[in-house]
Design a protein around this ligand. Structure first.
Ligand code: SAM
Ligand code: GLN
Length: 290
């Protein structure tokens, strides 16, 4: 029997609930919005719509994938971030909402200085979400974006093209600052930003199965110290950052104070601050190059 959109939504929700998946209603809404190319609120305005066989098959496929444990964003190949929709697939980590706090810090710092050209580097760009959002929001910026994963950089370039910022975001492959070496970029940047891997090897096993089974391991693992990569970026970054330039790093729950102490004692940075994410977690540490 033909089912209306609302009936389909209800049966998809029941199925996901039966399989004990979290947020069954909103997942079903996201699937149907993606398949029907409708905003979530518009699903309800179209509640009497009858789905075609093709649309129903697609929903069935999405539900099967979700039941197998695949993250929603890899199924619909899309993640909303800072009001933009990023192409998302297993070539890179799924952008996280807490990273919006990091991006917002940079935007708020530079928004008033928008007439001057702003040069930014994003270390470990992944899907390109930080670099591209900054280029998109700060029209007078130029962003270098590095990653050690060739796959991630391919996805990031596709995303840059979607938002038409590919001329202002340069993607470079390599380890941390290596791609900047011998390029006359000493004292060049106004900002260094990074969401580096920050899950200790010994904690990785405790992450959700969804993450371990589907997202690239290299995006998370940081060795045996959760602030290793942050220290490395802060120390090596000094060379590339102008005096007064901004360093902004995302950090794991419980580690912000440790990084703040490290930065304060090194005297390489001043005006060091911790910023909470929307969940109230001390998630971002920033400072100015002394
Ligand atoms: N910036 C993206 C975001 O916020 O969604 C991705 C962040 S993810 C936590 C860390 C990224 O750092 C991954 O894309 C990973 O490939 C990259 N990465 C890991 N080790 C690296 C290294 N040694 N040099 C450069 N990038 C690295
Ligand atoms: N915030 C991510 C998570 O725990 C971790 C990302 C990172 O290692 N930088 O899902």
């Amino acid at each position: 029997m033909a089912q209306t959109l609302l009936e389909t939504l209800n049966s998809a929700t029941s199925l996901l609930k039966e399989k004990n998946l979290p947020n069954p209603r909103s997942t079903s809404e996201l699937f149907l919005s993606s398949i029907l190319n409708l905003k979530r609120v518009d699903l309800y305005l179209n509640r009497e719509k009858i789905l075609s066989e093709k649309e129903k098959d697609k929903l069935f496929f999405y539900l099967k994938e979700r039941i197998s444990g695949k993250p929603i964003q890899y199924i619909i190949k899309n993640t909303g971030f800072y009001g933009l929709e990023f192409k998302t697939d297993p070539r890179a980590m799924i952008p996280r909402p807490e990273t919006e706090t990091l991006v917002n810090e940079v935007i708020q710092h530079f928004i008033k200085k928008e007439s001057e050209p702003i040069k930014i580097i994003d270390i470990g760009t992944g899907s390109g979400v930080i670099a591209i959002t900054l280029a998109y929001e700060l029209k007078n910026s130029f962003v270098y974006a590095t990653d050690i994963s060739k796959d991630a950089l391919e996805l990031a370039l596709e995303n840059a093209k979607i938002f038409k910022v590919e001329k202002r975001v340069k993607f470079v492959l390599g380890d941390f600052f290596d791609p900047l070496k011998n390029k006359n970029l000493v004292d060049f940047f106004d900002c260094i930003v990074s969401n580096p891997p920050y899950v200790k090897d010994s904690d990785y096993k405790n992450l959700d199965k969804e993450i371990k089974d589907f997202e690239p391991e290299i995006a998370f693992l940081c060795g045996d110290d959760g602030i290793n990569f942050h220290k490395k970026i802060a120390k090596e970054g000094v060379k590339y950052l102008k005096k007064g330039g901004l360093l902004v790093l995302e950090i794991a729950l419980g580690n912000a104070e440790k990084l703040l102490e490290f930065l304060s004692s090194s005297s390489l940075y001043n005006q060091i601050r911790i910023v909470k994410d929307l969940a109230g977690i001390r998630r971002v540490v920033s400072g100015l190059r002394s």
